[in-house]
Design a protein around this ligand. Structure first.
Ligand SMILES: C[C@@H]1O[C@H](OP(=O)(O)OP(=O)(O)OC[C@H]2O[C@@H](n3cnc4c(=O)[nH]c(N)nc43)[C@H](O)[C@@H]2O)[C@@H](O)[C@H](O)[C@@H]1O
Length: 376
């Protein structure tokens, strides 16, 4: 009720006692090329910061969920994949039970088109003498902007700022509270939020927030239907990250014959007859299917309606859901797409030996992934 009064009666803005009762908002954005699954990790860091703000500040702070916008890996050029709300992919009610969040459109309903009080672009410190004096201390300072500052977020020209500054930043996300304390904004947006690190990666708060990030019921339903039709028996899921990994991380990507050999080895050991493949390329799928025979191989192919409704992001999540429920999982080393599946499997309480496995590249020494166990 107080929020709508703010929108209706501009004169109340001058009345500080009312302003003090209103929630304050943090918005954020992430380095453009970053993919969906690193962005999910940045959300946890920002949520942790909001939890901290609500402990140390006199105001109620709410995190505005940044819309999903034209991600580099979303390849279907015939689809419009702009400014998508979190509710398309996630169960936002579940997130809200743990962290005060609103979607961007809800923020606009509350804030109107008033300029944000501050835009802060985070950037690294210059590390000229790093080798001589490595300095890992948490610190920040207002600085000259190193790179071009983002003027327009998510192609929205109605998101403007009263004040804009660059801050060199090194440290955990709760350190952002000092910046807020200094600037005293009612609304603030942080760009390059990925520079703020976890307070305690893999700790209790991490897992509490992580568990709240459930996928939407619609996507779970589609995965369930697919499994009911195709995966009626035990299955192994292989996540084969290809595309940019072929040249970005060539030593982690085995060729098709080697991939099939590693899958078959496990199938024999586990007495499993069926493989589900999640991958970002369709190129090698048929070839793999042939090499894997007589084992059966399945892959989720979205029909037109599913693709139009849930877009590339939704299809990727369906792959992740199916892999997270598999009897055995082999991921791609260094892929956050695989990491998130492993986390999901921890949340489901599946045996660790079925979860923390990665493919080995060709002709390289191969280590298996770190086991990030769930902490209650
Ligand atoms: C090297 C880095 O790797 C990071 O990728 P990585 O951690 O795998 O994981 P993500 O950050 O999620 O980015 C990879 C994207 O590729 C698609 N993708 C990958 N694997 C699959 C799959 O099995 N099925 C489907 N449907 N889609 C898949 C999906 O859109 C996913 O979000 C990138 O985000 C960085 O930009 C950078 O390239």
């Amino acid at each position: 009720a107080v929020d709508s009064r703010l929108l209706d009666e501009e004169e109340t803005l001058a009345d500080h006692s009312i302003l003090d009762t209103l929630p304050r908002y943090v918005l954020y954005d992430v380095n453009k090329p970053e993919g969906f699954n690193l962005r999910r990790d940045v959300f946890i860091r920002m949520a942790s910061f909001i939890h901290h703000m609500n402990k140390v500040s006199d105001y109620h702070w709410i995190l505005v969920l940044p819309p999903w916008h034209r991600l580099y890996h979303w390849r279907s050029s015939n689809l419009v994949q702009d400014c998508l709300p979190w509710s398309l992919f996630f169960n936002v009610d579940s997130i809200k039970k743990t962290t005060p969040v609103v979607e961007l459109h809800e923020f606009f309903q509350m804030n109107g088109l008033r300029p944000l009080d501050a835009q802060v672009t985070l950037q690294d410190f210059n590390v000229k003498s790093f080798e001589q004096y490595p300095d890992f201390s948490d610190k920040w300072e207002v600085a000259n902007c190193k790179d071009q500052v983002q003027k327009q977020f998510w192609n929205l020209n109605n998101l403007t700022f009263t004040k804009s500054l660059c801050i060199s930043f090194q440290g955990i996300s709760t350190l952002l509270a000092d910046i807020v304390q200094e600037l005293q904004p009612r609304t603030i947006i942080f760009d390059h939020a990925e520079l703020a690190l976890h307070n305690y990666y893999g700790g209790q708060e991490y897992w509490m927030i992580r568990k709240s990030m459930q996928f939407s019921k619609n996507l779970h339903e589609i995965a369930k239907e697919f499994k009911k039709r195709n995966l009626k028996q035990d299955y192994l899921c292989a996540h084969l990250r290809r595309r940019d990994f072929l040249y970005g991380h060539p030593s982690d990507v085995p060729n098709i014959n080697n991939t099939a050999r590693q899958i078959k080895e496990k199938l024999i050991l586990l007495n499993i007859k069926t493989v589900y493949v999640a991958t970002d390329t369709s190129k090698t799928v048929e070839e793999l299917k042939n090499v894997l025979r007589p084992y059966q191989m399945f892959k989720f192919e979205a029909d037109k309606k599913t693709l139009n409704n849930f877009l590339d992001g939704g299809v990727a999540i369906i792959d992740q859901i199916i892999c997270s429920q598999a009897n055995y999982f082999i991921g791609t080393s260094k892929s956050t797409f695989s990491f998130r599946i492993q986390e999901e499997r921890e949340i489901l309480g599946l045996p660790i030996e079925t979860t923390f496995n990665s493919f080995c590249g060709d002709n390289t020494e191969c280590t298996q992934p770190t086991k990030w166990r769930l902490v209650e």
